[in-house]
Design a protein around this ligand. Structure first.
Ligand code: ADP
Ligand code: MG
Length: 340
C-alpha cells in the first residue's frame, strides 16, 4: 500500500471518530531484522532494515478534560482476540504518552487515530512502529523535534512498563532512526548505529508465515531470563561480548542455559561475519550466515516453529542465498536473501 494511503486512512479515521481534522500526523516504519536476533539485550550488534510498511498516528488535543483516546482499524477485525484482549493494544499508545510525560515532556491530553499496513505480531515490529509514530505525533503536538535516540529509549520503556514485554533496544532504535529501505548496523551496548548499504546484486524478501506470536505470553521473557542467567554465571557484562577463548566454559552451564548462551555468542559472531561479507560483496557467505542463524534460533534458542522452518527449507530448495526466521520468533516471518 502506498505511503499516502495509510496516512489518508489515519486522517479519515480521526475525522470519523472525533468529528474534526487531526492537528498533527506522524509515521514510523516497521522493520525486518536481517541478522542478529535475541542478542540486542545481550549487548550484541544487529543488522535490521526499515520496511516500506508503516504506521501513521493522527492526533489532536483533547482539551483540558478527559483521557487520552485512540481508535484503530484492527479493533473490529482482530482474529482470535477475546473481548478483554481487544483493547490490549491501547497499552502501547498509552504507555508512550506516560513515558513521555514521565521524562518531562508536557504532552497535552491527546486523541489519536492509527492506521497501519505493518502486519501485527508478524515479527516486523508493528509494536515499535506504533510506539514511535505515537511518540512523534505527541512531540509534534507541542512543536518539539526530539532526537531519535531519545524517542527510541522512551518507546522501549513504554513497551517494558505498559505492554510488559522486556524487549531489547533494536526495534525502537531502528524504527526511530531509519526510513523505508535503510539498513542499520547497530551496536546495542554502545547505542551507536550507522547506515549500511546492501549490494545491489542481492534482493531481500520477507515472507509472513501467518502464525501469530504474542510476545507478552512469556516465551520471550523466559529466553531473556535464560540469557541473564548465563551472563551472571559466566561473570561478563554482556553475554555477546564473551571472548571466543572462553566459549568452552559455556558447555559447563546447565544444558538449556548452555544452548541459549551458544546461540547468543555464535549469533553475535555471525553478525560480525555478515558485515564483513557485505563489505566484500560476498553475498553467498552472507546468505550462508542467514541459514546458520536460523538453525541456531531453531535448535539452541528454540524460538522457531515448524511453519517458519518449512518456509526456510522451501527458500533453500528454491535457490535462495539464505533465509532465516526474523524477529522474536514463536511465529511471524522469515527473511530471504536472493540473488537479484
Ligand atoms: P510485532 O511487533 O512483531 O508486530 P508484538 O507482539 O511486539 O509483535 O506487537 C504486537 C502488538 O502491538 C499487537 O498485539 C497490538 O497490541 C499492538 N499493535 C501494533 N500495531 C498495531 C496497530 N496498528 N493497531 C493496533 N495494535 C497494534
Ligand atoms: Mg514488537
Amino acid at each position: 500500500m502506498a505511503a499516502s494511503d495509510v496516512g489518508l486512512r489515519a486522517r479519515h479515521l480521526f475525522q470519523s471518530a472525533f468529528g474534526e481534522a487531526p492537528t498533527v500526523v506522524a509515521r514510523a516504519s516497521g522493520r525486518v531484522n536481517l541478522i542478529g536476533d535475541h542478542i540486542d539485550y545481550a549487548g550484541g550488534t544487529v543488522l535490521p532494515m526499515a520496511l516500506s510498511a508503516h504506521t501513521v498516528a493522527a492526533a489532536g488535543a483533547l482539551g483540558m478534560e478527559g483521557v487520552d483516546a485512540a481508535v484503530d482499524q484492527f479493533t473490529s477485525e482482530w482474529s482470535g482476540a477475546t473481548k478483554a484482549d481487544s483493547d490490549a493494544w491501547k497499552r502501547y499508545p498509552r504507555g508512550v504518552l506516560d513515558a513521555l510525560r514521565e521524562a518531562g515532556y508536557q504532552i497535552p491530553l491527546l486523541k489519536i487515530a492509527l492506521a497501519s499496513d505493518v502486519p501485527v505480531g508478524a515479527g516486523l515490529s508493528s509494536s515499535a512502529a506504533l510506539e514511535v509514530s505515537v511518540a512523534r505525533a505527541a512531540l509534534l503536538s507541542i512543536g518539539l523535534a526530539v532526537e531519535p535516540r531519545t524517542i527510541a529509549l522512551i518507546c522501549q520503556r513504554a513497551e517494558h512498563v505498559s505492554a510488559g514485554v522486556p524487549c531489547g533496544i533494536m526495534d525502537q532504535w531502528v524504527v526511530a532512526h531509519a526510513q523505508s529501505g535503510e539498513a542499520l548496523h547497530l551496536d546495542c551496548a554502545a547505542l551507536q548505529s550507522s547506515f549500511v548499504s546492501l549490494p545491489d546484486t542481492m534482493r531481500i524478501e520477507v515472507i509472513d508465515s501467518g502464525v501469530r506470536h504474542a510476545l507478552s505470553d512469556g516465551g520471550y521473557a523466559e529466553r531473556r531470563a535464560d540469557v541473564e542467567t548465563a551472563t551472571r554465571k559466566l561473570g561478563v557484562g554482556y553475554l555477546a561480548h564473551l571472548p571466543r577463548v572462553r566459549w568452552p566454559e559455556i558447555a559447563e552451564l546447565a544444558p538449556r542455559i548452555a544452548r541459549r548462551a551458544r546461540h547468543v555468542v555464535t549469533e553475535a559472531a555471525r553478525v560480525h561475519d555478515a558485515m564483513r561479507a557485505l563489505a566484500s560483496n560476498d553475498i553467498e557467505h552472507f546468505g550462508a550466515l542467514l541459514f546458520e542463524s536460523h538453525q541456531s534460533l531453531r535448535d539452541d534458542f528454540e524460538v522457531s516453529v515448524p511453519e517458519l522452518d518449512a518456509l526456510v527449507t522451501r527458500a533453500r530448495s528454491d535457490g535462495a542465498l539464505g533465509a532465516r526466521m526474523t524477529g522474536g520468533g514463536f511465529g511471524g516471518s522469515i527473511v530471504v536473501a536472493w540473488r537479484s
